[in-house]
Design a protein around this ligand. Structure first.
Ligand code: IMP
Ligand code: MG
Length: 176
């Protein structure tokens, strides 16, 4: 017996169509200015590259990496492992995240970047688990709301595995 099951939740074609819609929404908001897409490593890899390919405007890309420690505090704690290379003052910035779960990571990153005077700072997230929220924050551009289940694929991992999958699957241990 395998120790886990993986069931497809969102297939590749559905993800692609949705990211295309998100690109149209972003273009409409940008008034022909060149945005900086900030990919949050590592989970945003597929989403960032798809979003970039779907955009019909020029965009720059940069990356950040954060690690969240959830201790006894319900809000957890976030450490920046890699910060931006570029200056975002006066620029339109879109944080590109794989999933908003408790909201701790993305709200920390928004606070961290907003003091650098970007012209605008928005969040694009492929997935959201609204039922898991501990910090009240929502994406400006959201791909899919999903149930409070652990998912893998399309950048999301379980112990660094499955990020490469071209679809999103629910990962469950067989004993659960
Ligand atoms: P948050 O700070 O709780 O919102 O969680 C943010 C990070 O936790 C995401 O960027 C993911 O890396 C990870 N995460 C949350 N839920 C899942 C999941 O279902 N599968 C894989 N990673 C997840
Ligand atoms: Mg992860």
């Amino acid at each position: 017996m395998p120790d886990h099951t993986m069931d497809v939740l969102i297939d590749h074609a559905t993800i692609s169509r949705r990211i295309s819609d998100m690109a149209r929404a972003i273009e409409a908001d940008l008034e022909s200015e060149v945005p900086i897409l900030v990919g949050i490593l590592k989970g945003s890899i597929h989403f960032l590259s798809d979003l970039g390919r779907h955009l019909r405007i020029d965009a720059e890309m940069d990356f950040m990496q954060a690690k969240s420690y959830v201790g006894t505090e319900s809000t957890g704690n976030v450490r920046i492992l890699k910060d931006l290379d570029v200056d975002i003052a006066g620029r339109h910035v879109i944080l590109v995240e794989d999933i908003i779960d408790t909201g701790v990571t993305i709200s920390h990153l928004v606070a961290h970047l907003s003091i650098r005077s970007p012209k605008s700072l928005r969040v694009a997230s492929l997935l959201s688990k609204p039922d898991a929220r501990k910090v009240q924050i929502e994406a400006d551009y959201l791909g899919f709301s999903i149930p409070n289940e652990f998912v893998v694929g399309y950048g999301l991992d379980f112990d660094e595995r499955y990020r490469n999958l071209p679809y999103i699957a629910i990962y469950r241990r067989s004993s659960d």
